[in-house]
Structures are given as C-alpha cells and as structure tokens.
Design a protein around this ligand. Structure first.
Ligand code: F6R
Length: 606
C-alpha cells in the first residue's frame, strides 16, 4: 500500500515527481525514493523519513533528467530504512513496487544460486533481478518484463526503467495503477491524487496490463504482447476527493477496502493443499506445553482479543485470558513460565499496550505482537510479531485493522493447532477453505450497502441504543457499539443477550432501539427468546442474521441477512454491516467522521 509515480516528457522529472509524491503523503509512509534517467544513466536517491528529506537530498545532488520513477514506501517486508526504500536496482534495471510478492523467497534462492546478490530485506528486490536475468539471457526489455511477471505470485503495481533505453514500463496485478492521458507527456501513478492536477483523463488499468511509455506516448498490451485498448475516463474529482478514491470519507473507503486488505493478510500464508498456515516471521519458542494464552490490547484491538478468545478456546481448548491493557499491568497478573502474551495493536505505538508487553517480559513470558505498522515500537520490542498487512488506516475509527487482526488471530490458531498437534489436517484444510471465502462474502455485503443506509435513516433521531449478542457475537456487538459512539456521539451499550434480563431490560421502551446480532448458531433460539422480551416491552428490534426468519419478519423493525460462515469467522462478516450502520448514522448527522472529536489515531499516553 505504498505510492508510485512515473513521468516521461519534456520537463524536468524531478520536481514533477516530488510534487506528485507530496500528494500521496496523506496515505502514510516511512521512506521515499526517486530514480531519474538521463542519457543512459540512472541516478537513484532514497531516504528514510519524509518526501521533504528526499527533496532536500536530491536537490543537493542536482538530479536532472526528463524521465523518472518515484515511490513512498509503507514497510511490509523489512524495516523502514534507506536500504529497504524503493527504487531497487539490479544490473541496469530499476523498479518501484506496490503490493506483496508471495513467492519472493523461492525466487531469491534461485537467483542467489545464479550469482545474484541482494542488498535489502524486501520482497521487491527480486523483481529487478529477475528482469535483469532475462536481459542477460538476451531478451529485449519488454519481453524480459513479460517473462519475469509470469514468475511472480502475489500482488503488484510496478514502475520499471532501464539505463540503456528511454522507455518506461508499468504493470499491474491486484494493486491499483492509473495512467494519466496528457498530450506529449506520460504519467502514471498508483493513486489518482498524484496526477489529478496534471490531467483528469484517466485509464484505470486492469490485471496483467503492461503499459510501455516511449517518446511521450504509450501503448497497452496483455501478458502475451497483444495490443489492447482501455477506456479513458474523464473524472471531475478535486485533489481531496481523489485522495479518498471518490469516497466521501476515509473511513468509508477503508470499510470498502476490507476484502482486499484481508486478501493481503492471507497472501503467502495459507496453504490449502498442505493444510498449513505459514507464519514465517513468527519464531514460536518451544510451546508444546503451553498452559495459558493472554490477549491484551485497547479499544477496537481489545475487541479483536475478545473474539480471539472464542476462536482459540473453541478450537484449541487452551484457556485464554483477555484484558484491557491499561488495567492489565496494575492488577499484577499471575503469569506462568509456560504462558504466552499476545498484544494486539494497529499502530504498535499505544502506550498502555507497550506497558502491558513490558509487564509480560518482566514475568518472563513469550510476548507476541499483532501489529499493522511495520517498525513500530511494539513490533520491534516483542519477542515475535505478525503483521496484519492492512495498509495505512487513516480514519480514526478502526475498521480494516480490526478485521485483519481477527484474520491473523484465526491464522495463528490454525498454526498453533498444527504445531501442538491439536488440529488434524482435514480440520485445518476445511477452515482454510472457509477463511478464503471471506473476502468474497464481505464484498457481497458491501454490494448491498444501500439497504444498510436505508436502515440507518430510520434510527438517526434516537439518543440511546442497546446492542445484543451471545457467544462470539457479543464482542462483535461491543465493537459495533464502540463504532457508533465514536463517530456519531450517540450513546450505545453492548450486552450479552442473556444478561439483558438482569438489569438493562429496565431501559426498554419504544425509544430504545435494540440491535441484535444472531446468526443461526447453537444460541439462535435462546437469543430469539431475548428478542421476545424486547417485543413485550414495545422495544424496536433490528436483527442481523444469516438466514431470513419468517417468524421474526413483520415483528422486527428490520432484518438484515448476511452470508453464513463457520462460527469462528462470523465476526469478520458481522463487523461490516455494524461499521456501515455507524458510518451512515454519523454521516447523516453530519459529524466529522474521519476525525471524531476528542479522539486520536494513536494514543501514546497512558
Ligand atoms: C477505535 C479505535 C481505538 C483503537 C485503540 C487502540 O475505533 O481506533 O479504540 O483501537 O486506541 O489502538 P491500537 O490498535 O493502535 O493499539
């Protein structure tokens, strides 16, 4: 989820590329780099830190030329550093890359045997080496690129140049790439904001498109070299609209990014044929006699932990204790040598969660963090780390970070299930099959988002909401209620459905909407009894379930049907309508959805 820009034309490329990179800064990044072609040589400058640092370093070097590539990196493989920043070079080939190359280790090993030497920890670096290896075998530049991408698995948007020719190539698979149509000049970028001030005529490339830029023009071909045409779209976006990809808010954009974010989380890690989850980055100590798992975090990440407890306990039968990070360290938790402490954090910088990790270390337990931001304090200082690969999350209210955290917890459960010999291959394979269906099922919920917006309209006048769920659906509802509170400033409280009769039932009347999450699992009938208790007190019920219930229709205020899945994966699907409900209510009320009052994206104070 980094940023790419390419330019070829009559003007100095340097300032055009730097200005374009500046327009991608909102996405978050940790390093930047630029490569400028001039008279059969390419100068590369890379810097950890900001685009302004790169601008300063490059202008000190007086980098000149009318063709170039630039990149902002958001680390996924290898810490943020100058040597891991793009562009990467091998022989005379230079590459910038967005996405993840799934089979980079295999390619790297093969190329190493052929004498290639690598200087970074990135997956990207194999790409210029692979292209260069074909050039060394006598292939032309374009054919070498075509052959190389045949060998790549994973997702990529690429900008490629070589020293010998004034040609620039762009390629795309599962990562966005856009060509801007400008007279006599060529521009392309990963995101429209980078180039929208240069042109509003855009071509949105499709998977396996290869674009060759030469002499200020371009042609598009498929992977076999056949020329193809793509539609030119004239958009009327402003720069700010383009940053949000046409969505009104970052939060909405990030809700819609979830199918792709979860796919990125899974890439290279789940192997259905072998019934394996490969968490290479994780160096589990000898945990065969693990006694207990602790899961600790704050806010939304804490809700992921609560869901993790159900996922682990129902499948592995290992006790899991969850806690809020700010409570954990002050209650002197009793931890044993055979325990494991899992810390979940989008930012990896939350002060309470870092303090909880230190408490775990003090007690001598193995600490494992699940983080989104590579290079973050938590990811560096814990004993092991698994990255969620959700890409930068800009909206303050967490959405795609939450669902990718649950995805990682589920993968970790499968990994440990095999490692401990608790789960057989057949069970793991069946669960992987279900897991891989999730992005598609989320997409089908998103395709029906209109229905959720209509529902939201009916609820905007209410001042209090009750959210009910049982089992794994209870923490899903805690997260749903938190989303509504944070962005709409409406009070919402989540309760375990069976607990309602022990107190909150006193609140129920026609002024208290009750949202109920109840897929058809073993507690469905029990939850229906709780719904009857609400009806009896003239409460309004909005039911989210997975099979239409004729009995409930006509009685419930509304019923939303979402796809079915296995018990442990249900929260990944339920999260989406709850996020959309909160979003739509807040949007209709006109609150500042992306930066709700009093909240910060990263809470670095205790
Ligand atoms: C809610 C939200 C917060 C964070 C919490 C922890 O939408 O974003 O509740 O989940 O501050 O942050 P991280 O995950 O960065 O540790």
């Amino acid at each position: 989820m980094c940023g790419i820009v390419g330019y070829q034309g009559r003007n100095e490329a340097f300032s055009i590329l730097i200005d374009a990179l500046k327009k991608l800064e909102y996405r978050g990044y940790d390093s930047a780099g630029i490569a400028i072609w001039h008279d059969k040589s390419i100068e590369i400058i890379r810097r950890k830190g900001k685009v302004d640092d790169l601008r300063k370093a490059a202008s000190e070097n007086k980098i000149k030329g009318t063709m170039g590539l630039a990149h902002t990196r958001w680390a996924t493989h290898g810490i943020p550093s100058e040597r891991n920043a793009h562009p990467h070079k091998a022989g005379d080939v230079v590459v910038v890359h967005n996405g993840i190359i799934e089979n980079y280790m295999e390619i790297k090993e093969q190329l190493k045997k052929q004498g290639h030497r690598f200087t970074s920890d990135t997956d990207t670096e194999v790409i210029p080496h692979l292209i260069n290896s074909y050039i060394e075998k006598g292939e032309g530049f374009i054919d070498a690129v075509r052959l190389a991408i045949r060998g790549l698995e994973g997702s990529y948007a690429l900008g490629i140049m070589r020293q010998k020719e004034r040609i620039m190539i762009a390629v795309k698979k599962e990562s966005p790439l856009i060509v801007g149509v400008v007279d006599g000049e060529s521009v392309f970028a990963s995101d429209a904001p980078a180039i929208i001030d240069m042109t509003n005529k855009l071509i949105f490339l499709e998977d396996n498109d290869i674009v060759v830029f030469k002499d200020g023009g371009f042609r598009i071909m498929d992977i076999d070299g056949n020329e193809i045409n793509r539609k030119v779209h004239t958009v009327n976006w402003t720069g700010a609209m383009a940053q949000k990809g046409g969505f009104k808010h970052f939060m909405l954009k990030e809700i819609y990014e979830q199918p792709r974010a979860i796919t990125e989380t899974l890439i290279g890690r789940v192997r259905e044929e072998k019934a394996e989850v490969d968490l290479d980055e994780l160096k589990l100590p000898d945990m065969k006699d693990i006694k207990k798992i602790w899961m600790v975090a704050c806010g939304t990440s804490y809700h992921a932990c609560l869901i993790g407890k159900y996922i682990f306990e129902s499948s592995l039968r290992i006790p899991v204790e969850t806690d809020i990070a700010s409570e954990f360290r002050y209650r002197e938790p009793i931890m044993g040598r055979h325990d494991m402490l899992i810390l979940v954090s989008q930012s990896g910088e939350t002060a309470d969660t870092i303090a909880a990790m230190k408490e775990g270390k003090k007690n001598g337990v193995y600490t494992l963090s699940i983080c989104n931001v590579l290079g973050s304090t938590l990811s560096r200082e814990s004993d092991g780390v698994i990255f969620t690969h959700a890409g930068p999350e800009i909206g303050v209210a967490s959405t795609k970070a939450f669902t990718t955290q649950i995805t990682v917890l589920f993968m970790l459960m499968l990994h440990m299930g095999r490692f401990l010999g608790v789960l057989d291959k057949k069970t793991v394979r069946e669960k992987i099959v279900e897991l891989k269906k999730i992005p598609h099922k989320i997409q089908s919920i998103l395709n029906d988002a209109q229905k959720i917006e209509e529902m939201a309209r009916r609820f905007i006048t209410y001042k209090n909401f009750l959210y009910l769920g049982r089992g794994i659906n209870y923490p899903s509802m805690m997260e749903g209620a938190l989303k509504l509170k944070e962005i709409s400033y409406i009070h919402a409280e989540a309760y375990a459905a069976g607990e309602m009769k022990h107190g909150p039932i006193a609140l129920i009347d026609e002024n208290l909407p009750v949202f109920v999450l109840s897929p058809h699992d073993r507690t469905y009938q029990k939850t229906c009894s709780n719904i009857e208790e609400v009806f009896a007190r003239r409460g309004k019920v909005m039911l989210i379930t997975d099979i239409y219930d004729h009995e409930m229709s006509g009685r419930a205020d509304s019923i939303l049907v979402i796809p079915s899945t296995i018990y442990e994966l249900q929260p990944l699907l339920s999260a989406v309508p709850l996020q959309l409900l909160a979003y739509n209510i807040a949007n209709l009320l006109g609150t500042d959805v992306d930066q709700p009052r009093n909240l910060a994206k990263s809470v670095t104070v205790e």
